[in-house]
Design a protein around this ligand. Structure first.
Ligand SMILES: [Zn+2]
Length: 223
């Protein structure tokens, strides 16, 4: 629950607005609220990292507002909580009014949700499921160069899950659409919250089943 900072609170400070994150010295600030200059501001505890509270303060600072992408190399748990903070700040900013009836909403005190007292609708943060897949054929792997990436980087294929689709169907569809290749033995490996802007990336392995690579020129430069 949101609480007005006395200055003595200790922890990590996720100061975020409009999908930006405060990164003085390129890092997530740690220490007292007073030292961070946040006394008197409302803050929400959003988790714990290294036995310290992670706080969300929904505001912008005069300088050093960057992207959560800048701390991709930080400890995974801390990066995850910073991503949670940025996404919650965006969720609260984009859910001030009910999408059904247009009335002003309030934030739930017990969960990450916004509540409409007029029509009793309840909204949760949106999470967009994505798949990323390594396709192997003997000792080779399918890599592609994406038109949306700058530079010469080749990566495995990835894409968003569509409504009414299983993860396995999504893997097969994305690979077919982008490269005209059929896959089999699709198996789940691991997942990672990917806050750009609010995805959950799910990683798969698959085997080549057939087809010749023909890349989609709208999405890929090469495969
Ligand atoms: Zn409503």
């Amino acid at each position: 629950m949101e609480h007005e900072l006395s200055g003595n609170e200790q922890g990590w400070w996720v100061v975020s607005q409009e999908a930006k994150l405060w990164l003085p010295k390129g890092e997530l600030p740690f220490g007292s609220a007073a030292a961070a200059g946040l006394t008197g501001m409302p803050a929400l505890p959003i988790g714990e990292w290294a036995v310290a509270t992670v706080w969300l303060v929904r505001r912008t600072m005069p300088r050093d507002m960057g992207s959560v992408r800048q701390i991709l190399d930080a400890e995974p748990g801390l990066f995850q909580l910073a991503g949670r903070g940025v996404q919650l700040a965006e969720f609260y900013r984009s859910h001030r009014h009910c999408g059904y009836c247009g009335h002003a909403m309030r934030r739930s005190k017990t969960e990450w949700a916004c509540l409409c007292d007029h029509c009793h609708e309840r909204y949760y943060p949106q999470i967009a499921p994505c798949i990323i897949v390594a396709i192997r054929r003997d000792d080779r792997i399918l890599l592609a160069r994406h038109s949306r990436h700058r530079g010469e980087i080749y990566t495995v294929l990835a894409g968003f899950v569509e409504v009414g689709e299983t993860l396995e169907q999504c893997v097969a569809r994305e690979v077919m659409e982008e490269t005209q290749v059929r896959v089999k033995n699709v198996r789940y490996v691991t997942s990672q919250p990917w806050p750009f802007p609010h995805s959950l990336m799910m990683a798969f392995m698959a085997d080549y089943d057939g087809g010749d690579i023909r890349h989609d020129p709208h999405e890929l430069l090469d495969a």
